[in-house]
Design a protein around this ligand. Structure first.
Ligand SMILES: NC(=O)c1ccc[n+]([C@@H]2O[C@H](COP(=O)([O-])OP(=O)(O)OC[C@H]3O[C@@H](n4cnc5c(N)ncnc54)[C@H](OP(=O)(O)O)[C@@H]3O)[C@@H](O)[C@H]2O)c1
Length: 264
C-alpha cells in the first residue's frame, strides 16, 4: 500500500516532541504539507528544523500558539485558515489522588484536552465538508477505557474525546470527511522514559528497563514493551490517507493489546 498525501495540508497539534512529532514526520514523509504546533515560537521553529533534517524534502511550516487560549487559537487559525487533515494530538497528563482534584483542575484538563480539539474541529470541519474531503484524527488513550485510579481527570478527557469523535463523524456523514480517534497505549516518549527510570533500577539498559517496567506495572500489555511513537504515527498516517475512506466514527487501538477487550 502506498500512502500519498501530496497536495494535502495537515495540522498536528502539540507536535514539538513525542507522539505529535512522530505524526508530523510520518505525514511529511507521505508528502503532506505539515504545520507543526507548540506553545512557544522558538521551540516550534526548532521542531520544524529537526523535522527538516529527518525528511529532507518535507514541506513544513511553524504554527505556534497555545491552543488552550483564545489568543493562541486565533494565532494558529490566522496562520492556517484551512487544513485537509487535522490531528488533535496535544494533551496533558499527570497523576493526582481522585479526591484531591479540585474543580479548577477538572476544568483545566477539560479545556486543554477536549475543548482545544472541539474548537479546531468547529473551525476546520465546515471547509473540509465543503471541499468534499478531509480527515480528523483525535489522539485518545487506553485511559479512556481503563480509567486509571490515579488520574481520573485525564481518563475523563480521553473518554470525552471518543464521544466527540463519534458525534462529529455524524456531523460529517456522507461528506467524504472521516473523523476517528486513536486509542494510544503506553508509549516511549522522553517523559515516559523518565517515569520508567523513577520506578526501576537506573543502571538497567533501556531495553531491559522497559521490559521490567511493563512486567511489573503494565502487566496487561500483550506487547510487553512500550509502543514507539512511530507505531502510533503509522496508524494516524493511514487514517489520514485516501486508503482509509471507509473508516469513520471509530476508535482504533494502537495499545499493544493493553485494553482487555475484543471490541473495538
Ligand atoms: N505518552 C504516552 O504514553 C501516551 C499514551 C496514550 C496517549 N497519549 C496521548 O498522546 C498525546 C501526546 O502525548 P505525548 O506523550 O507525546 O506528549 P508530550 O511529550 O508531553 O508532548 C505534548 C505536546 O503538546 C504540546 N502542548 C502542550 N500543551 C499545549 C497547548 N496548550 N497548545 C499547544 N501545544 C501544546 C507540547 O508542546 P510545547 O511544550 O512545545 O508547547 C508538546 O509538543 C496526548 O494527547 C496524550 O494524552 C500519550
Amino acid at each position: 500500500m502506498q500512502v500519498a498525501l501530496e497536495g494535502r495540508t495537515a495540522l498536528v497539534t502539540g507536535s514539538t516532541q513525542g507522539i505529535g512529532a512522530a505524526i508530523a514526520e510520518g505525514l511529511a514523509a507521505a508528502g503532506a504539507r505539515v504545520a507543526v504546533n507548540g506553545r512557544d515560537a522558538r521551540r516550534t521553529e526548532e521542531a520544524v528544523e529537526r523535522l527538516r533534517g529527518q525528511v529532507p524534502d518535507a514541506q513544513l511550516l511553524a504554527a505556534p500558539g497555545d491552543l488552550a487560549t483564545d489568543e493562541g487559537s486565533a494565532q494558529v487559525l490566522d496562520r492556517l485558515p484551512d487544513v485537509d487533515i487535522l490531528v488533535n494530538n496535544l494533551g496533558i497528563f499527570g497523576s493526582r489522588p481522585a479526591l484531591e482534584i479540585e474543580d479548577e483542575e477538572w476544568r483545566r484538563y477539560f479545556e486543554v484536552n477536549v475543548l482545544t480539539a472541539v474548537r479546531l474541529i468547529r473551525a476546520y470541519l465546515p471547509g473540509m465538508i465543503g471541499r468534499g474531503w478531509g480527515r480528523v484524527v483525535n489522539i485518545a488513550s487506553d485511559s479512556a477505557v481503563v480509567i486509571p485510579a490515579e488520574m481520573i481527570h485525564y481518563g475523563m478527557t480521553k473518554t470525552a474525546l471518543l464521544a466527540v469523535t463519534r458525534g462529529f463523524a455524524k456531523e460529517a456523514a456522507g461528506s467524504g470527511v472521516t473523523v476517528n480517534s486513536v486509542i494510544a497505549g503506553p508509549t516511549h516518549t522522553a517523559g515516559v522514559e523518565e517515569f520508567v527510570y523513577e520506578l526501576v533500577d537506573k543502571d538497567l539498559p533501556w531495553e531491559e528497563a522497559q521490559r521490567v517496567f511493563m512486567r511489573q506495572y503494565r502487566p496487561q500489555s500483550l506487547l510487553q514493551r512500550l509502543i514507539e511513537p512511530e507505531e502510533i504515527a503509522n496508524m494516524v498516517v493511514y487514517l489520514s490517507s485516501p486508503l482509509a475512506s471507509a473508516t469513520t466514527g471509530g476508535a482504533l487501538r494502537v495499545d499493544g493489546g493493553y485494553v482487555d477487550s475484543i471490541l473495538p
